[in-house]
Ligand binder design. Sequence first.
Ligand SMILES: *[C@@H]1O[C@H](CO)[C@@H](O)[C@H](O)[C@H]1NC(C)=O
Ligand SMILES: *[C@@H]1O[C@H](CO)[C@@H](O)[C@H](O)[C@H]1NC(C)=O
Ligand SMILES: *[C@@H]1O[C@H](CO)[C@@H](O)[C@H](O)[C@H]1NC(C)=O
Ligand SMILES: *[C@@H]1O[C@H](CO)[C@@H](O)[C@H](O)[C@H]1NC(C)=O
Ligand SMILES: *[C@@H]1O[C@H](CO)[C@@H](O)[C@H](O)[C@H]1NC(C)=O
Ligand SMILES: *[C@@H]1O[C@H](CO)[C@@H](O)[C@H](O)[C@H]1NC(C)=O
Ligand SMILES: *[C@@H]1O[C@H](CO)[C@@H](O)[C@H](O)[C@H]1NC(C)=O
Ligand SMILES: *[C@@H]1O[C@H](CO)[C@@H](O)[C@H](O)[C@H]1NC(C)=O
Length: 463
Amino acid sequence: MKKMFLKLVLLCLWRLDGVFGAEVKIVLKGDSVTLNSDPTEMKDDDQIQWRFRFKNTLIAEINKRDDRFTVYDDVLGGRFRDRLKLDNQTGSLTITNITMKHAGRYKLEINNKSLDFDLIVIVSVKERDSITLDSTLTEMKNDDEIQWSFENTLIAEINKRVDRFTVYDEVLDGRFRDRLKLDNQTGSLTITNTTMSLAGRYELEIKDKSLDFFLVVTVPVMEGDSVTLNPDLTEMKDDDWMQWRFEGTLIAGILKEINSITVRDDVLDGRFRDRLKLNKQTGSLTITNITMKHTGYYELWINTLSSSSYIRLIVYARLPVPVISSNSSQCSSSSSSSSCSLVCSVVNVSHVTLSWYKGSSLLSSISASDLSISLSLPLEVEYQDKNTYSCVLNNPISHQTQHLDITQLCHTCSVHCCGPTEAVIRLVLSALVGVATVILVVYDIRSRRAEGDQAHIHTSGSA
Ligand SMILES: *[C@@H]1O[C@H](CO)[C@@H](O)[C@H](O)[C@H]1NC(C)=O
Ligand SMILES: *[C@@H]1O[C@H](CO)[C@@H](O)[C@H](O)[C@H]1NC(C)=O
Ligand SMILES: *[C@@H]1O[C@H](CO)[C@@H](O)[C@H](O)[C@H]1NC(C)=O
Ligand SMILES: *[C@@H]1O[C@H](CO)[C@@H](O)[C@H](O)[C@H]1NC(C)=O
Ligand SMILES: *[C@@H]1O[C@H](CO)[C@@H](O)[C@H](O)[C@H]1NC(C)=O
Ligand SMILES: *[C@@H]1O[C@H](CO)[C@@H](O)[C@H](O)[C@H]1NC(C)=O
Ligand SMILES: *[C@@H]1O[C@H](CO)[C@@H](O)[C@H](O)[C@H]1NC(C)=O
Ligand SMILES: *[C@@H]1O[C@H](CO)[C@@H](O)[C@H](O)[C@H]1NC(C)=O
């Protein structure tokens, strides 16, 4: 009966976005989040209240008329203590240093209207990496019983009394096989070699307490490449359904019962146009020719409206090859003739590190954060240095290398530079000989020397 009802609800909602009418905020554990009030709403006689789902607890209040701004951060056992900031201009509420205990629905009440926010607190792990879900026990007591479950399926259990430590890694089609490690001292659970199908809600139960972990699997991908978001479902059954959403908007779904397959690539300014492929057997979604606009959280709903899981796509730009150039002053400045100043540079990059290597050892490096900027990194080498230097640009999934050819970029003034008299004599001599080719050769040699300073050297890259 309940199932029937869900189906009906689902059918009605199938083509709608924002199913639950709340703005969803996804935030990493330890980060901050700002819940925005509608700035156009804040008037002089405003009353604003912020409430948290648990017993509809009042956590912050603004009374513009009395010029009163109050945060109640001692409520609920102090879980908000020193974590709330109320913007007295806009009424927005910032929660800092988020923990799992801050997850849930927040309600903004402003002049008898209300706005809902769903805060999803996540721990994030890169595909193939390991993550430890910390039980927060330093040591277990002798009669402790601990249970770990994933989306309501038991996956690990500790019974200290009978000294039993069990992982059930064959459940759910074996998606946890050889991937679970239970710490028999603390009860913490480590997931190794994480796959996309392990994204979701983990629950730890110790006696009467429980702790939720919302695991999001991060998948790094390069601009222009393709990625398949794979929930690792074995074949979908006759009454299964599933949906993929991007930032809250439905982009693809399967409703087996009525044999409906939906791919909506026209939504969200068409950023998915001709780029989506939905596998109707497995429900996996392939996105081709990825662009920066595909960075974000992909939400997967399978067979239940009570929970969903997220895969986070991080798109990295293709890397340019770094350029090494000479930064030596011209030969005319006679000083410091034994070393050569070089600079390695790249323009318009973000999330990268630029480094100088001597052989395989790192000499120096510089990083760019999320802003698109230009980077340059200097290096001093001896003219006679026979070492192999290289300049490497890398982001978390790829790198580009430029090898330094010292003989091309660095040359001593004493050896190569010729005084003005010598130059005149040469010219006069060649004129006397009257052979055009000689002039050409000299000209060629001199211009090559001049260009040497700017020369680009041979290049190799890899992705
Ligand atoms: C708003 O906050 C700022 C800084 O916290 C403070 O200087 C200012 O006086 C406050 N304004 C009101 C109206 O309370
Ligand atoms: C964040 O909260 C944790 C406890 O939940 C605390 O140990 C840590 O010091 C806090 N970090 C900051 C920067 O306040
Ligand atoms: C809010 O509702 C109460 C009664 O429910 C009313 O007295 C009050 O005037 C309303 N306030 C605003 C700003 O509309
Ligand atoms: C706990 O794990 C360690 C290493 O995995 C093992 O040597 C030890 O015997 C285990 N202790 C119990 C009580 O199972
Ligand atoms: C990680 O899992 C993948 C399959 O999901 C497997 O091919 C690979 O061998 C595993 N790597 C390790 C180190 O276990
Ligand atoms: C990939 O997308 C870009 C625009 O973002 C487009 O210019 C290019 O033609 C596409 N490449 C392929 C192979 O579809
Ligand atoms: C080139 O060298 C000069 C001084 O010799 C220095 O001020 C400048 O920053 C260097 N340029 C780069 C790009 O490192
Ligand atoms: C920097 O890169 C962005 C996109 O990656 C591009 O839109 C912009 O034009 C670039 N700016 C320069 C100066 O190359």
